[in-house]
Design a protein around this ligand. Structure first.
Ligand SMILES: Nc1ncnc2c1ncn2[C@@H]1O[C@H](COP(=O)(O)O)[C@@H](OP(=O)(O)O)[C@H]1O
Ligand SMILES: [Mg+2]
Length: 486
């Protein structure tokens, strides 16, 4: 009767051996062999247990695992079992540890590989909240910081005196740029003290010009979110003038391919800002050189995404209702937009690029400034694509936000100058928002934008953004037009 257990145990050992062989087929040979040896020893162990069982009269242990009788066979059973266990302990533990390491190898292969250009997985973020969405704390902080900074820029936008200076590259900078950079970097440093920031501005002019510094300090001191929880979440007010200058200078990072680096454009489209047109406050977190979180505040875009793209262009009517949009995106988590507010964040709405079956029906966006993007080349591309609608000219990364929510379709930025290097803060946030809304962004030759080589995109020329489905056709035509000029 006891032999009933023998085939069962042998069968179990055999099954285990076959299962191991099958599942570990792609294990490197050496590990494979050792694991099979482990399986063999387990098989022997099973047979020995079965043998010991056979020494015990079957009727005395009807259930499995059997309990031995209290006769002479009991000590024999115990002794043999102990001996077998001791012999088997080493191979079993080896087998288990190999199986666990194999499992962790498999799970590490399942981790998604990051996109160009890094081949390493993003490191675990410091200060990161472990919630259902990756980079939730980073996104929340960036949304609030940008929203607060837009309050400051709006107050400068509606004032006649904007404290404008000309920078060394003769581009304009205003007290709004300095104030917004101070507020945003102070928020980032409060929540993520170890992170670096590549910011467009520095505090040199303010350190040498006390009246300008006082103007900026007044702005920074008087700007706060109306919701106290929101204000506290990003560190509250900047405490001192020196703290403000240090915050602005906190944007001097040289950038790079490693770690967490924020890219900040406190007022993108400064010329639009001065003209009363579109402008944007833009912030992105790059992890190992890859734009991962993107936030763009556009105080002059219509909240209604079906409104004509140029609804508020060329007006400086700050009192117009229904304007002010805050875009946000996290890599792999989608893009959203919400109305800008003066206090807590408004609820978000997911956004997607417009599905476009017929390219000729596309609306394309380009810079207002002909010195920033070649209007002639953009027009030649549009014409080759069969596009008949006129371009929508718009300053700033509001272009990225507009195509991401389907209010436009393409963004063409064909280079004017052979030597100009696009700045990472002019594109990082927009790239995440467009990608997460179903689009692709490359340079004009179809090369991925490389944000990991410093403060500029020096390996790239121009920028093209389009919905994934039509991107190949668009970039072919862009290359055709560029090649014809060579
Ligand atoms: N020659 C040039 N080619 C391309 N971009 C340029 C440029 N000169 C300046 N820019 C950048 O163009 C940005 C504005 O882009 P757009 O034309 O899309 O509004 C400017 O940002 P700022 O306004 O923050 O200085 C500036 O960084
Ligand atoms: Mg800019």
């Amino acid at each position: 009767m006891s032999s009933v257990y023998v085939p069962t145990a042998v069968h179990t050992g055999d099954k285990l051996k076959r299962a191991l062989k099958r599942t570990l087929d792609d294990t490197p040979r050496q590990n494979h062999q050792t694991t099979i040896d482990g399986g063999r020893r387990m098989f022997v162990f099973a047979r020995l247990v079965a043998y010991v069982h056979s020494l015990v009269p079957a009727p005395l242990y009807p259930a499995f695992p059997p309990m031995p009788p209290s006769s002479l066979q009991l000590p024999i059973y115990l002794l043999l079992s102990l001996l077998i266990l001791a012999i088997s302990f080493i191979p079993i533990s080896t087998l288990l540890s190999r199986s666990f390491s194999r499992l962790s190898q498999i799970s590490s292969h399942l981790r998604p590989a990051p996109a160009f250009p890094s081949c390493t997985a993003p490191p675990l973020a410091t200060n990161r909240t472990f919630s259902t969405m990756a980079y939730e704390k980073e996104l929340h902080t960036a949304l609030l910081a940008v929203q607060r900074a837009t309050l400051l820029t709006k107050s400068v936008f509606s004032s006649h005196s904007k404290g404008t200076l000309s920078k060394s590259d003769s581009s304009p900078v205003t007290i709004g740029d300095f104030g917004a950079q101070a507020l945003i970097i102070a928020s980032i440093k409060h929540v993520f003290p170890d992170d670096e920031v590549v910011g467009e501005e520095d505090a040199d002019d303010l350190r040498s010009n006390s009246s300008l510094r006082d103007l900026v300090w007044d702005l920074v001191q008087s700007t706060k979110l109306e919701d106290s929880d929101a204000e506290t979440a990003i560190g509250g007010p900047v405490a001192t003038v020196e703290g403000m200058l240090d915050a602005i200078d906190g944007g001097r990072s040289r950038g790079g391919r490693e770690g967490r680096i924020w890219a900040l454009d406190p007022i993108d489209g400064t010329k639009g800002f001065l003209r009363g047109g579109q402008y944007a406050v833009c912030l992105a977190l790059m992890v190992d050189g890859i734009p991962t979180v993107g936030v763009i505040g556009c105080p002059n875009l219509p909240v209604d995404d079906t409104a004509p793209l140029d609804s508020f262009i060329g007006t400086d009517a700050d009192d117009k209702e229904g304007k002010g949009v805050l875009f946000g995106a996290v890599k792999g988590e989608g893009s959203t937009s919400r109305p800008l507010s003066n206090g807590a964040l408004q609820p978000p709405t997911p956004i997607k690029m417009k599905p476009l079956e017929d390219i000729s029906q596309a609306t394309f966006c380009e810079s207002v400034e002909a010195g920033h993007s070649s209007h002639g080349d953009n027009a030649a591309i549009a014409s080759k694509l069969g596009i008949t609608k006129p371009s929508v000219r718009m300053d700033s990364q509001a272009k990225y936000g507009s195509i991401a929510r389907g209010a436009g379709d393409l963004y063409l930025r064909l280079p004017v100058s052979k030597t100009y290097e696009e700045k990472i803060w002019d594109h990082a946030a927009g790239v995440v928002i467009v990608q997460e809304a179903g689009g692709k962004v490359t340079d004009a030759w179809g090369k991925p934008l490389d944000f990991g080589i410093g403060r500029t995109l020096k390996e790239n020329k121009g920028v093209v953004a389009a919905p994934n489905a039509i991107f190949p056709r668009v970039i072919d035509v862009v290359k055709e037009v560029l090649s014809a000029k060579q």
